[in-house]
Design a protein around this ligand. Structure first.
Ligand code: HOC
Length: 381
């Protein structure tokens, strides 16, 4: 039950109970041996926080400015694809929860709700995750739609030039919309609540890509096929600079991992980078974002905002990212499990849990504002 969820791992368990296994495995799974996915979270355990006491922490302020917009917490709800496959409320639920808590919310090019609908919702800051397609007209039209819908930032995805080898999805045949094989059909019928919601609530669509992917004709598209057939593998820094120019607004690169690339991001005038390995779903063996924060912040921290994306499951993880020098933390699965488990109510409860952990942990650390979380407040083991 929702009331039994006290941390993100509890939501994961509930999501597993509620979803057919191919859908749960799509969210939960990662590339190859899934080493990077585990490491993304485990990396936070390599450091210890060093609290100060008697610091007068009756009133604390968890807010900060990220990419020019106020955020109530140092946490971004990262863009993720296909949310209405997980729960019929999908992106609408996550967007409403983000608005309620005053957080940045990101929607994906592969969202199941349109740019226009999300743009019209709430006053909280919103980013659009742009996947660069071979079809240049499609890229242009998504950028123009984001301008018209007054999105606050574009996050250009740079880590999906080809699809990672998601072995759980290869086994289940996961596609969008879900493809029914005898074994997957059985798993869908074993979860009748999900199946009924899925079939009767609203038809599945990818409204930001309209007819460009065959999901528009309801022909199932696998992850491998989507990445390799639709995305532009010739993408380079020149193209990223052109996209920044075309967009003209706040620009972020999502998926930067190396110091050299962080420097290139500064050179093309990006406002922020999300240090990210796509939740371990692309290059298995890639370093954890948290492990890269220090080097990147030391190299370019004064020139660009550095967001630590991935592995976050606890308030202390957020505090450790900040103490390393990141502007803030971000994550996808941290709210996706909750969405799958209980829709908007679930997402709100997950954010509440993280918010309370952040507040409690700041008080226990003896800090009253997020800028007091500096590197001397933690030690590497
Ligand atoms: C069927 C198309 O970012 C991921 C997402 C995008 C998946 C596209 C799936 O899972 O990495």
């Amino acid at each position: 039950r929702l009331s039994d969820c006290h941390n993100i791992a509890d939501f994961r368990r509930l999501a597993k109970q509620r979803l057919p296994w191919p859908v749960f495995d799509y969210i939960d799974g990662a590339a190859d041996d899934e080493l990077t996915k585990s490491r993304n979270t485990a990396a936070f355990d390599d450091v210890d926080l060093v609290p100060d006491v008697l610091a007068g922490v009756e009133t604390i302020d968890t807010s900060l400015t990220v990419m020019g917009r106020k955020s109530a917490l140092p946490l971004i709800l990262s863009p993720t694809a296909l949310q209405r496959v997980f729960h019929w409320q999908g992106e609408r639920a996550v967007a409403r929860a983000a608005e309620k808590f005053g957080l940045w919310f990101g929607i994906s090019s592969l969202a199941t709700v349109s740019i226009e609908e999300i743009g019209a919702m709430g006053n909280n800051p919103k980013m659009f995750q742009l996947y660069v397609h071979k079809d240049k007209e499609l890229n242009r039209s998504m950028i123009e739609r984001c301008k018209a819908a007054k999105f606050d930032a574009i996050a250009l995805t740079v880590d999906t030039i080809v699809g990672g080898k998601r072995e759980r999805c290869l086994r289940s045949g996961f596609s969008s919309p879900p493809r029914f094989t005898p074994s997957s059909l059985l798993s869908y019928t074993l979860k009748p609540r999900w199946a009924l919601d899925y079939v009767f609530r609203e038809k599945f669509a990818l409204p930001n890509l309209d007819t460009h992917v065959s999901a528009g004709t309801r022909e199932p598209v696998s992850i491998q096929r989507y990445f390799s057939e639709m995305l532009d593998q010739s993408m380079d820094w020149k193209m990223a600079a052109q996209i920044r120019e075309e967009w003209g607004g706040t620009f972020c690169l999502k998926g930067v991992m190396s110091v050299a690339d962080a420097r290139r991001a500064v050179e093309i005038g990006a406002d922020a980078i999300m240090i990210s390995n796509h939740g371990g779903r692309q290059l298995d063996g890639s370093r954890a974002p948290f492990d890269q924060v220090r080097e990147i912040v030391d190299a370019v921290g004064g020139e660009i905002e550095v967001i630590c994306d991935g592995g976050v499951r606890r308030g202390t993880h957020v505090l450790k990212a900040l103490a390393s020098g990141a502007t803030c933390a971000s994550g996808g699965r941290l709210y996706l499990y909750a969405l799958a488990a209980a829709g908007q109510q679930g997402v709100e409860r997950a954010i509440t849990i993280l918010k309370e952990e952040i507040e409690r942990d700041m008080k226990l650390m003896g800090v009253t504002s997020v800028d007091q979380l500096t590197r001397d407040r933690m030690r590497w083991r």
